[in-house]
Design a protein. Structure first.
Length: 124
């Protein structure tokens, strides 16, 4: 991956998890951009600079769902969006698909290594 590193946009407001994920991703050769609230995330997504987006649902200023509802289909098509949240229980798989989400990760159920494997599936 060193020749052509993939860029991940990590949208996460919890500092400790953000620190762990940035370290895990950069150790594996990814470039990581971080957004800590929904407004920062929307700006970063619209800049279309990421190869994959890890998007939390519960965020300050604008939720992940509000972001997904705001983005145009063309903006969503620029990079796979993976929901990266404590739980996706209130959101059905059909709703996520309708919102243009490529997948979901329940962060409390997976190790950083498991998350990297899931990311790689969506980047290949």
């Amino acid at each position: 991956m060193a020749n052509n590193p993939k860029k991940i946009l990590l949208v996460e407001d919890e500092e400790s998890l953000r620190t762990v994920m940035v370290a895990a991703l950069t150790q594996r050769g990814f470039l990581v951009e971080v957004a800590v609230d929904g407004q920062e995330a929307l700006i970063a997504i619209r800049a279309q600079a990421a190869d994959l987006i890890l998007l939390d649902i519960v965020l300050p200023k604008m939720s992940g769902l509000e972001i997904l509802e705001t983005l145009t289909p063309a903006e969503k098509a620029c990079a796979p969006i993976i929901i990266f949240s404590v739980s996706t229980a209130p959101i059905t798989a059909d709703k996520l698909k309708a919102l243009g989400v490529a997948g979901s990760i329940v962060k409390s159920d997976m190790t950083p290594e498991d998350i990297i494997l899931e990311i790689n599936k969506h980047l290949s």
